[in-house]
Design a protein around this ligand. Structure first.
Ligand code: ZN
Length: 146
């Protein structure tokens, strides 16, 4: 476990890596980043909403990250970021709670359409020492602040 409710296994799980027979194993420094992400973002979210959840994607090796079509600069590659949703909670409620209550680097409400509360997912990163508290909504074509 990297924190009370989150394991290293679930933060490095990748269906695309499995499908391609690629190992998705973080370096020790990336494990430290994942631990900080779990401690400072995932655990407070878990405790506040009191509903179990498991991120759909956290650490991605560069090879895995390219396979999912993500930019090389993605914070998933360094173990700073996770994508997640919480069962029965609207994704914009989740994003707004994080924005108002936590310190983070970048928070993105991804592929969210306001008329569909469960659409998209929440991407959030934590970067010790350089958290920007930047919050964005991405509707599939444009980013705007929220
Ligand atoms: Zn993400």
């Amino acid at each position: 476990m990297v924190s009370k409710h989150f394991s290293l296994a679930e933060l490095t799980r990748s269906t695309i890596a499995l499908r391609h027979g690629i190992i998705n194993v973080p370096e020790p420094e990336e494990v430290i980043n994942l631990t900080r992400l779990a401690t400072n973002i995932l655990e407070p979210v878990r405790q506040h909403f009191n509903i179990p959840f498991s991120p759909s994607s956290a650490y991605r090796s560069m090879v895995v990250n390219r396979l999912v079509g993500s930019a090389n600069s993605s914070q998933h590659v360094t173990g700073h970021a996770a994508d997640f949703e919480i069962p029965i909670i609207a994704n914009d409620d989740l994003a707004h709670w994080i924005k108002e209550n936590l310190t983070f680097d970048q928070l993105i409400l991804e592929f969210h359409h306001p008329d569909e509360p469960k659409s998209g997912w929440v991407h959030c990163s934590y970067h010790a020492g350089s958290n920007r508290n930047q919050s964005l909504i991405f509707d599939g074509s444009n980013y705007r602040e929220f």
